[in-house]
Design a protein around this ligand. Structure first.
Ligand SMILES: Cc1ncc(COP(=O)(O)O)c(C=O)c1O
Length: 358
């Protein structure tokens, strides 16, 4: 029986992406690698139609956190301050990264699952100059899709620019790079784009990176990556096989209709799961219009514990995902990411009914 991953990455792979991992042995200093890397960078720019004169894609070998760490440490100028808008694990992690590097940081925390505290953010921005506001787009902790249009209008008043953790939204959610004042967006291959773990990337506004003029890290210095990758090189050894896989995943992504199609696909999968669970009296944590298309959190029904639910679904071929921290006793999560067929979805609904109807 095939196991379907309903955790938010790594995802269930298509056969084409899996086979791509077996591509030819390749040295990262050969012209074939440069061609592969150039193609990947162009395809990533095409996901949101970013113009090459103003933007650049930088590819790193690492997980999503590597891309977020590279973004924060490379974009916040040395004498500047960043405000981190937190409402979950990944917002809090952005603060931890900034503080670890000694970057002046203002943390504005909202409870997990709640909206960002825009009033407190506006007050802090007016009181002290901040070059950037760092925020998670889809806070995977709860499935909340943060309202970046509203945040952007608060930021505009003081000229603060956005650093976006798009790790679990890039490729599926709408991202308005210009209207939202985004300077950089960090993301990864193995979530909404359906690649494999190992490749992460940062979409960079070239002028913002140049203006920051800062290097706080050797491995995460995006100025080095951008300059070398623009010149068809790479500062360090890249994970060649995961590049092959991302390339195949992006070809499938565009053939299927790109970001709007991926968003619709995820929305329809989540609507099916929500409707099935609603019939079983399982409540969603957040309303659909506040939740990302890629993952929803659900309240554990009275008298059910997560490990038992997980194991019963695993025995039927589905891996669900636990809540984090204080939510671990209260919620479970289901993601729509990955190569999941209509048959798999029908089987999932039957499995949920079998396990939860009694
Ligand atoms: C929004 C967000 N940011 C960052 C990360 C960290 O990614 P990784 O575990 O690949 O380092 C995750 C992982 O799920 C995430 O969902």
């Amino acid at each position: 029986m095939k196991t379907i991953l309903l955790n938010p990455g790594p995802v269930t792979l298509s056969e084409r992406v899996r086979s791509a991992l077996l591509g030819p042995d390749l040295c990262h200093r050969e012209v074939e690698f440069a061609t592969l890397q150039d193609g990947l960078r162009r395809k990533l720019m095409a996901v949101y139609d970013l113009p090459a004169d103003a933007w650049g894609a930088t590819l790193l070998t690492g997980s999503g956190t590597a891309a977020v760490e590279a973004m924060i440490t490379s974009l916040v100028p040395r004498d500047a301050r960043v405000l981190v808008a937190e409402n979950g694990v990944y917002g809090e992690r952005m603060s931890r990264i900034a503080e670890t590097y000694g970057i002046a940081t203002t943390r504005i925390r909202a409870p997990w699952g709640e909206r960002l505290d825009l009033e407190a953010i506006a007050t802090a921005l007016r009181a002290t100059p901040h070059s950037h506001v760092a925020v998670v787009h889809h806070e995977t902790t709860t499935g909340r899709l943060n309202d970046l249009a509203a945040l952007a209008s608060v930021c505009k008043e003081t000229g603060a620019r956005l650093l976006l953790d798009g790790v679990s939204s890039f490729g599926a959610e709408d991202i308005d790079f210009e209207a939202w004042g985004i300077d950089a967006c960090a993301a990864t291959a193995n979530k909404c784009l359906h690649g494999v773990p190992g490749t992460a990337f940062v979409m960079l506004r070239r002028a913002a990176l140049a203006a920051a003029a800062v290097s706080r890290s050797v491995y995460f210095d995006l100025r080095d990556y951008l300059a070398k990758q623009d010149g068809q090189g790479t500062p360090f050894t890249q994970s060649v096989q995961t590049f092959y896989a991302l390339d195949a995943a992006l070809d499938e992504f565009f053939a299927a209709g790109g970001q709007p199609a991926r968003q619709q696909l995820f929305q329809s999968r989540m609507a099916t799961v929500r409707a099935t669970l609603a019939r079983l009296n399982v409540r969603a944590l957040l309303a659909t219009d506040e939740t990302s298309c890629a993952l929803h959190a659900f309240e554990l029904p009275e008298g059910r514990d997560y490990p038992t639910l997980h194991d019963a679904l695993k025995a039927r071929g589905f891996i669900i995902y636990a809540g984090q921290g204080a939510l671990s006793e209260r919620v479970f999560r289901i993601s729509a990411m990955g190569d999941i067929s209509a048959d798999d979805m029908a089987r999932l609904c039957r499995a949920l009914e079998e396990v939860l109807a009694t």
